[in-house]
Write a protein that binds this ligand. Structure first.
Ligand SMILES: [Zn+2]
Length: 328
């Protein structure tokens, strides 16, 4: 009921049309032109929205958990929130029979299967355009069999090229292949917190997961608040956000609590396909070195936020001393 009132109010407010027959096809038309009415909005338009994007599914997670269990735990945590995520696949981690099983689970659950290159090269000084392009194209074969294969590319380490020539040539290749960039807006170092948990677990197999979960949740919420505010200051509006997380053991254990913590903090989970419809994802910041969170790069491009931007945007160096201090 509330939803219907909100929606019809939104249409009236925008177009002056007061006609219940407008719903739902009229609503869709309205969204098409305005692009600001959230399709999954329940009873408020004020909640910031984000989608889960998960990188680097892998068959090798170490001794703490095997991939089938990690996979089913992560998939269940996402489906319990009734949303679809985007999975960014790096071919070398899944290029065998079991890898196809892993990816099929995501495909069948309706998640987007996206390209994260084959070998996870750092597109800086050490990688030429030609090598990076070949590696990207090689990965197309890995994700080709899946129904939900989506032409979104995520740069490994979010590094988009160290020179204007390399940056622009690869962007042109993406365009030629029909791709868009699967940008991250909320960058974070979840991978490092999981690595610290695994390091400790290898020394003490009874290491409790709870302190790592609590650190991870606080870290992610802190980064989300930072990038949300930065986006508001740079763009003057709330954008639909994409949160970067990884397919790793810690996330396999605590993803349900992570997802719920965002809701408690006021965020609303939405489908990744909806998030990527936000026009912000079509922007192409002309920064060098290119990359980082899209919000970071847009802020950098203005030259007005230097005091708030560190480089890289996120990294283990920012978390290490805090984890050390907690003996984690
Ligand atoms: Zn990656």
């Amino acid at each position: 009921m509330k939803r219907r009132r909100f929606l019809s109010h939104a249409i009236r407010a925008a177009s002056g049309a007061v006609c219940s027959q407008l719903l739902p096809s009229g609503l869709r038309a309205f969204q098409g032109t305005q692009g600001v009415v959230p399709k999954t909005s329940a009873d408020t338009s004020a909640r910031p929205q984000l989608a889960l994007t998960l990188d680097d599914p892998t068959l090798s997670l170490g001794s703490v958990i095997r991939w089938p269990e990690a996979n089913s735990r992560i998939l269940k945590a996402i489906s319990d929130k009734n949303v679809r995520a985007a999975l960014f696949v790096c071919g070398m981690r899944v290029d065998e029979t079991d890898g196809a099983k892993l990816l099929s689970g995501w495909d069948q659950a309706g998640h987007l299967i996206c390209n994260h290159s084959y070998s996870h090269k750092f597109y800086g000084e050490q990688t030429s355009y030609a090598d990076f392009a070949v590696d990207f194209l090689k990965n197309e074969k890995v994700i080709a069999p899946y129904h939900n294969r989506t032409a979104l590319f995520r740069y490994p380490f979010l590094k988009e090229g160290d020179t204007a020539d390399k940056r622009d040539r690869f962007r042109a290749l993406l365009k030629e292949r029909g791709y868009r960039v699967g940008h991250v807006t909320i960058d974070a170092s979840d991978w490092y917190v999981s690595q610290r948990y695994l390091d400790q677990f290898s020394k003490k197999p009874k290491t409790p997961v709870a302190p790592y979960r609590d650190y991870l949740i606080a870290h992610l919420l802190d980064r989300a608040a930072f990038y949300r505010q930065l986006a508001l200051d740079v763009l003057g509006r709330d954008i639909r956000h994409t949160l970067l997380m990884h397919f790793n053991p810690l996330n396999a254990f605590v993803l349900p609590e992570v997802l719920s913590a965002f809701e408690t903090a006021g965020w609303q989970w939405i489908d990744a396909s909806l998030a990527f419809e936000d026009p912000v994802f079509r922007s192409q910041p002309m920064t060098l070195p290119a990359g980082e969170s899209l919000v970071w790069a847009l802020a950098k491009e203005t030259g007005r936020f230097e005091g708030r931007l560190r480089y890289p945007g996120e990294d283990e160096v920012y978390e290490k001393s805090k984890l050390d201090a907690l003996a984690l």
